[in-house]
Design a binder for this molecule. Sequence first.
Ligand SMILES: Nc1ncnc2c1ncn2[C@@H]1O[C@H](COP(=O)(O)OP(=O)(O)OP(=O)(O)O)[C@@H](O)[C@H]1O
Ligand SMILES: [Mg+2]
Length: 206
Amino acid sequence: MAFILKEMEMEADAVEALEILSRSSEHLRTLIMNLLDFSKFEAKGEELNERDCSLFKLLGDVREMCKTNLKEGVAYEHDIADDVPDRIKLDDIKLKQVLINLVGNAVKFTSSGYVKKQTSVESKDGKHYLIFRIYDTGIGIPEEKLAALFDPFSQVDEGNKRNFGGTGLGLHIALNYARLMGGDITVTSELGTGTEFRFHCGFVPT
Ligand SMILES: Nc1ncnc2c1ncn2[C@@H]1O[C@H](COP(=O)(O)OP(=O)(O)OP(=O)(O)O)[C@@H](O)[C@H]1O
Ligand SMILES: [Mg+2]
């Protein structure tokens, strides 16, 4: 409904209120989805639901979703290597969730410079992998916090939590899904300079 209202003529303060309303409901939705994903995984694990999909469409969707939250002046670039196939078979819902969590973080914690996402492909021992690099020029993460970063409810600090919002579940869920998909996520970061997440997962070419 907020989306529909946005299309209508309104006074400036109503537009602002509507903007807050739609951001808050989006935030609440993410929070509930994360809590449900987390509880479900804890309760009974997860299964892969692999099917044919268009990778390019999926990557475009992730870009559109994450771009709406970019701060003013922050550039968003996404690069797909020439040999990355469009038609693939994997659990597209989980892949999308991992990418949204990683790119969403990069966007959230970057107030100047850029957020970049690179997609490439690799084959090893007869298996095929998608490789993603998501890097930003945001606030960075202190070295002593990196080890526990993927733990549930882990956030860098209290002040951070107040400024940026969130529950600290996004990375935990992303790592669970990445491993389920035959992959992993690693992170390198420098405080005040930026952060890079590397994520890979298996896929079947179709
Ligand atoms: N790109 C990044 N730059 C700086 N800090 C990051 C970045 N990505 C993650 N972090 C740090 O790692 C913490 C955990 O990330 P995670 O995505 O799990 O939680 P969240 O974003 O705080 O909340 P949620 O994802 O549940 O909405 C963040 O709170 C933040 O402190
Ligand atoms: Mg997050």
